[in-house]
Every structure is written in structure tokens, then in C-alpha cells.
Design a protein around this ligand. Structure first.
Ligand SMILES: C[S@@+](CC[C@H](N)C(=O)[O-])C[C@H]1O[C@@H](n2cnc3c(N)ncnc32)[C@H](O)[C@@H]1O
Length: 285
């Protein structure tokens, strides 16, 4: 049987993790650290937002922990002497993280964080008081959509940022349904300003986020993609909101209707979705 994960060397010479079962490379073009820096560190302006934050811990939800490139790169970018940081990571398997720890020399980004990762793997939670900022990092190992709808999710601290990194909608449709993003939005009330970044710019995803109640804009380029997607529970967190031109393209798109069940398919907007989309406050009606 082939190993579940393997290292792949990208054209720019960096190494990334690939899931052989899913046939997908975690950070396929510019590499783990460069993608995480573009999409999450710069795209979510994590350092600036955390530096300006007052009162209570700064909360990060890391959806699709995988090999931890995103979260470790974000932690490295946060300002020292800042407020306490609380991280909730989610994945149904910890195997990619074990794999990353074993292959830390090639991957690079784990270096310096080995003790944290080892403790997280052993105890599922690690509390650090002696680093650049106090850190409380826990991992929930479970099916994410099931966990979101379970009773425990209401006791999670509301997020300030969400790093959303599942496999692609075609491979991993259960993670991209309208109900997942609706529930995420319910758990991210605007009383805690929250921005969420993800690598996809698909019309289907953007419609899903809008219908789930998020404000949605163009996200930071990553080198692989000219555009990604940024969503937020408050409009002022979106620098480049999707506008009427995008809305007209969505109306004509052959793949815009959200996934209502965890099966991937492509469909144009239904009449009901089109009507809800036009009524979204982002489009001024
Ligand atoms: C692209 S990888 C994440 C890469 C990771 N963020 C990193 O920086 O290395 C996608 C992750 O989503 C996880 N995943 C996929 N479906 C899931 C589900 N239903 N529940 C929880 N995690 C899931 C996979 O196990 C995988 O680790």
C-alpha cells in the first residue's frame, strides 16, 4: 500500500506535502510558507489586527490543520509582546502533522516549533507562557461539519480570523457546503470582528459565502492565483468587495449554485439563490 502522504518538490525548489489518497498537494505552486504568508499573513493582516486588538485573547480558527504550514507561519508572523493567542485547529486526521514533523528538515517551517507540535500531537492541547506571546493551542480531531453542528461548538471562543484550507470543492465537497459556511457565520457574530481567507476564487464558493451571510471580497494573490477570496462578518474588513460586475458574471456562470449536499456538481444559480444574492447588503439593495 502506498504511504498516505509524500513529499513533493515544487518547481521553485521548495518541498510540499501531498496526500496520495486525495491526489492533492497541500500548497501546490509557491510552497507552504510562501502561500501561507500571502494568503493568511498578508491577506488577513494578522499582525496589524492583532497589534490593534484589546481585551482578551486573539482567536484563530485553523480549519484543515493538515501539516500545519498555515498556522505555524501565522504564529511566526504575530507581534511579540502582544496579547495572548488562542488557536483552535481542526482536522479529522493528525497524520499529515506527524508526517511534517518527521520531514521538518525538507519542509523548513516546522523548525523552531518542534516542541510545540510534539506536545500538541501528544496532548491535543499545548499552553505556552514563555514565548513571544502566551499561546493556548488545541486541536479538535473530528469530522469538521459534524463538529460544527454538535453541541460543543457553541462554547468555542469566537474567531478573529479563520484560515480555511480544505481540499478542493471537487475532492472535498463536504467542507464547502452552504450549511458549513452558514454555521461558521453563526459562530462568528459581528461583535467579534472576523475575517476568513481561503485559496479558492470559484464563483460557487463566493456565492456560498454571500448566501451564508458573509461580506465577500477579492483576497490576496498567492503567486499561484491572481485572486483568492476574503470573507468577513463586518464590511470594513474587506478592502476589495465583490461588486455589481462580479454579480453579473455570477448570474451568467454555469457553476454558481452553492452545494446544498456534500456532493460536488456544477449548476447555474437557482431563481431563489439569485434573488437572495441580489438582496445581499453588499450590493446596495
Ligand atoms: C489542504 S490540506 C490542509 C493543509 C494545511 N492547512 C497546512 O497548512 O498544511 C486539507 C486538510 O483538510 C482536512 N480535511 C478534509 N476533510 C475534512 C473533514 N471532513 N473534517 C476535518 N478535516 C478535513 C484534511 O485531512 C487535510 O489535512
Amino acid at each position: 500500500m502506498p504511504d498516505a502522504y509524500e513529499l513533493v518538490q515544487l518547481k521553485n525548489g521548495t518541498w510540499s506535502v501531498r496526500s496520495t489518497a486525495e491526489g492533492e498537494t497541500f500548497h501546490p505552486v509557491v510552497g507552504p510558507q510562501a502561500e501561507a504568508e500571502a494568503l493568511y499573513v498578508r491577506g488577513l493582516r494578522v499582525a496589524e489586527r492583532m497589534a490593534a486588538h484589546q481585551g482578551g485573547p486573539w482567536v484563530i480558527w485553523d480549519v484543515g490543520l493538515g501539516a500545519a504550514a498555515n498556522i505555524l507561519t501565522v504564529l511566526r508572523a504575530l507581534p511579540a509582546n502582544g496579547c495572548p493567542v488562542r488557536v483552535l485547529s481542526f482536522d479529522h486526521t493528525l497524520e499529515p502533522l506527524r508526517f511534517a514533523l518527521r520531514h521538518r528538515a525538507a519542509l523548513g517551517y516546522v523548525t523552531g516549533h518542534e516542541a510545540l507540535v510534539e506536545r500538541l500531537l501528544t496532548h491535543r492541547r499545548v499552553i505556552r507562557d514563555n514565548g513571544p506571546f502566551p499561546l493556548d493551542w488545541e486541536v479538535h480531531q473530528a469530522d469538521f461539519p459534524t463538529l460544527l453542528n454538535g453541541p460543543g461548538s457553541t462554547s468555542w471562543p469566537s474567531p478573529h480570523v479563520i484560515l480555511f484550507d480544505a481540499f478542493s470543492p471537487a475532492r472535498n465537497p463536504a467542507m464547502w457546503t452552504l450549511s458549513v459556511f452558514r454555521r461558521l457565520r453563526e459562530l462568528a457574530p459581528p461583535s467579534t470582528p472576523c475575517a476568513m481567507a481561503t485559496y479558492s476564487r470559484a464563483t460557487l464558493l463566493r456565492v456560498t459565502l454571500l448566501l451564508a451571510g458573509w461580506h465577500v471580497g477579492v483576497g490576496h494573490a498567492t503567486g499561484e492565483k491572481e485572486e483568492t477570496t476574503l470573507a468577513a462578518n463586518r464590511p470594513e474588513l474587506i478592502q476589495e468587495p465583490l461588486g455589481l460586475e462580479w454579480l453579473r458574471r455570477a448570474q451568467r456562470s454555469t457553476s454558481a449554485e452553492p452545494l446544498h449536499t456534500p456532493e460536488y456538481r456544477q449548476q447555474p444559480l437557482s431563481a431563489a439563490s439569485w434573488s437572495s444574492l441580489q438582496a445581499h447588503p453588499q450590493f446596495g439593495s
